[in-house]
Design a protein around this ligand. Sequence first.
Ligand SMILES: [Zn+2]
Length: 324
Amino acid sequence: MKGHPRGAIVFDLHCDAVLAMDGGNDLSSARRSGHFDLVRARRGGLGAIFLAAWIDPRSLPSGSAARTLALLGELRRFIAENPRHVGLALGAGDVARVRGSGRLAVLLSIEGGHALENDLRLLECYAALGVRSLTLTWSNSNDWADASTDPLVTHGGLTVFGRRVVGEMNRLGMVVDLAHVSRDTFYDALLTSRAPVFVTHAGVRALVDHPRNVDDAQLRAIARNGGVVGIAFYPRFLSAGPAEDVGVEHVIEHIDHAVSVAGMDHVALGSDFDGIDCAPRGLEDASRYPAVSDGLRRHGYSETAVRKIMGGNALRVLRAATGR
Ligand SMILES: [Zn+2]
């Protein structure tokens, strides 16, 4: 075990730990359950993480904004109460500064475009609260974008309003996240966005035919856009076999396939910790990120390549899309 390459900033693009906070857990100390807390993140050498406010579609039709604000409040309180261990980051410069002071850089995102309640002014409010990425849909399609797992194909991609959301995100310096969206929404968003995008948490379709995974054509499109796909640690995206047989080597296989199609500069990590009901063997929680660096190295990746995949690529997209 060598751990992370020297100078690497390990960056996880998606974590649902806010649900644990909302459930009353104190994430500043080690907890026995779940995946993420500050003690385990430090042990795992984590440098930056997007903590997502996941908006349960049961909050629809009119409670989504209130729920979003409550969860963003929860996340901002967590940051404010742990100033010696974490700092809010609004861009790549902040990540480097916060990490440079030995702390974890926390970035805020929202998962589920229904959080906007179809009002672009809310998007601006969320940006002002520090939100730097929005997943256009969750598992549910909304009034302006189709999801990959909603049986109803409502719009055939993004509506005119959906394209305005993407344009407004570009203007506000928020990274468009295309995890969860349907193929049509994915391509509509790529045609619309003037900045590189994230697919924060997914696997690759060539290895596991799951609707949440991205196919090779999508991987090539991400590369042309300059964006990244964050490989998730969710066993059901990683293998068609039993979840308990899934290990860190499956994550490496998905990274390796994505690299072979999209190239070294377009692959990242998006664990989905605390949003998944089981994690791979060897990647049980946030203390285990070094197993990914070690696995990549065993697979023949150079220190430079490992540094890019573990966080350098994600930082590049963050810098380009936020302009800071
Ligand atoms: Zn998700």
